[in-house]
Write a protein of this length. Sequence first.
Length: 131
Amino acid sequence: MTAGDLRNWMWNEALAMVARAEHLHRQFFEPAVAATWEPPVDIFETDRDLLIVVALPGVGPEDFDVSVEGDVLRVAGYRRLPSVTRTAVVHRLEIPYGRFERRIRLPSGQLAFGRSELVNGCLAISLTKRD
């Protein structure tokens, strides 16, 4: 590695570190009412149903809410920091914590809420198609 390559590498690492620090700063100092992250979703469709899977590892059933507002499915809640973090030194914090919200636009008037189930850290929401 040449001296120029080393300087570029160090500069890129420094910029990445500043970006991570700014992200953490925004995450911890934003107002509590604003969602700080959006959970990823997968959407599957069959002839009769629409299945939405929302990744919510570490979120208990009491810590989120599912609602349908018009033609929008809304999943919102809060992922808490593990209790060990109260006395621990944080070396890296990549998993998002705090308030989350995900809104998914649905075809208007064509779906009825079926059921939802939290399994292995994923929320499965079934919406039945209306004829």
